[in-house]
Design a protein. Structure first.
Length: 431
């Protein structure tokens, strides 16, 4: 028997699950992270420019290029290792450097990306971070001391992760060099892939958090106009109930409000939907770290609950408010259109009744005119018939007056029947 035929995409779909492996990192080491996004319409950007920008960096180090159409790539650049990923709205560059450098979180580490190459990026920086991975001291107090020296204490989050395999710390603040800082303290017996997985998760948490906040800034930008539209909508609905303005004018204003709401919904739909997806990713990435409290410090989850989640609730509230306002405007428009249609139906009914009365009067007038026409036509017909019969009056021994009198009834009857037949013929042709 011939072998079973595979689906054309079977291998591609299976390989996609393994396409973006976690890096393998051995402490001590450092990582430099950069996320770039096109400022507007990033989802519909020309993605070949992302790949061209990557190859420009690879050429600086004499590194072979990725395959055409690639969405992820890893290779050595000089003494370092580069990991590149392309996403729906952004691309990320992560460079792993051996050792800890001369000083913690040295901005000079970012020089792995040349300045002119950064300036030619097909987008703007969403976020960047310096990550320091060093062996965990034996005493937790030493870890706490290092974190206090490196990070801003008032906003710092520190927690044990992966069943106390590591301690991670970060303050989510931008330093003077323009980067965020994260510190990772793995135990000596922790595997390299596990360390790489945690570093990757920290980069993803920061990136998705930053992208989620784009939705928050978008909502704040339209909040004032939404309030104005809400007030206009409430005023129009009040006029519908208690006002004396013409329904057509109110309906026109209501349609304008509905149009503006639909425009706002269309302009914000993608960003608000993406914000919800990014928020879910932030929550999921923190959950897989399996955090435990360290030395009484707030965890990453608690930091997000205090600082990040209120912003996301604002986004969800604005999205729901926009949907509610659109539904209100639609219901008000339907109600007002129904009122206008009922009013017009009543006006049409009055008009039809008026037309019926006019038609009835016209019919009566027509009958009257027809009666007069019979008389007039009969008069002329009798006169003509009299001229025709007068020569016979002497022969039959009858006076002209008597002869004319006898001619009147049949003439009138003939004229009446003729006119009636003509009217019936006209009515039949009309139908």
């Amino acid at each position: 028997m011939p072998p079973v035929q595979d689906h054309p995409l079977r291998y591609q779909l299976a390989n996609e699950l393994h396409a973006r492996p976690f890096p393998s990192l051995r402490a001590p080491c450092r990582a430099v992270y950069l996320a770039v996004k096109k400022a507007q319409d990033a989802a519909s950007r020309d993605r070949s420019r992302d790949l061209a920008h990557l190859t420009g960096l690879l050429d600086r180090y004499g590194t072979p290029h990725p395959q055409p159409g690639a969405t992820h790539f890893s290779a050595a650049i000089g003494q370092h290792v580069l990991k590149w990923e392309q996403h729906t709205e952004f691309v990320t560059y992560t460079v792993f450097l051996g050792g800890l450098g001369e000083r913690p979180f040295d901005p000079a580490d970012f020089d792995v990306f040349p300045d002119d190459w950064l300036q030619s990026a097909p987008g703007v920086r969403v976020t960047s971070a310096l990550i320091r991975v060093c062996e965990r001291p034996d005493r937790d107090s030493d870890v706490n001391h290092l974190a206090n020296d490196w990070l801003v204490a008032e906003s710092m989050a520190v927690s044990r992760v992966l069943d106390d395999a590591m301690v991670v710390a970060g303050d989510f603040r931008i330093d003077q060099g323009g980067h965020l800082r994260f510190a990772v303290f793995p135990r000596r017996d922790v595997g390299e892939r596990r360390v790489g997985r945690v570093v990757q998760r920290l980069c993803e948490i920061e990136t998705y958090k930053a992208l989620s906040m784009l939705g928050f800034t978008r909502v704040r930008g339209i909040a004032g106009r939404m309030t104005e539209i809400d007030e206009d909508l409430t005023r129009l609905m009040t006029e519908m109930t208690h006002g004396d303005a013409p329904e057509e004018d109110t309906l026109q204003a209501l349609l304008q409000v509905s149009s503006e709401l639909e425009t706002l919904s269309a302009q914000t739909a993608f960003r608000l939907g993406a914000t919800g997806a990014y928020e879910a990713l932030v929550t999921q990435r923190i959950a897989v770290l399996r955090e435990e409290r360290f030395e009484g410090r707030q965890t990453f989850r608690e930091f997000m609950a205090r600082r990040f989640e209120p912003a996301m609730r604002t986004v969800k509230s604005a999205e729901k408010r926009l949907e509610t306002m659109s539904a209100r405007a639609m219901r008000a428009g339907d109600l007002l259109r129904t009122r206008v249609e009922v009013k017009r139906s009543a006006q049409n009914q009055d008009l039809l009744e008026s037309m019926d009365r006019r038609a009835d009067l016209q019919l009566r007038l027509q009958h009257t005119v027809e009666g007069l026409s019979v008389v007039a036509i009969s008069y002329y017909a009798v006169s003509l018939l009299g001229y025709l019969l007068y020569p016979l009056a002497g022969t039959i021994g009858m006076s002209k007056g008597m002869l004319t009198a006898f001619a009147v009834p049949p003439v009138v009857l003939a004229v009446w029947l003729g006119l009636r037949r003509i009217r019936a013929s006209v009515d039949n042709n009309g139908h």
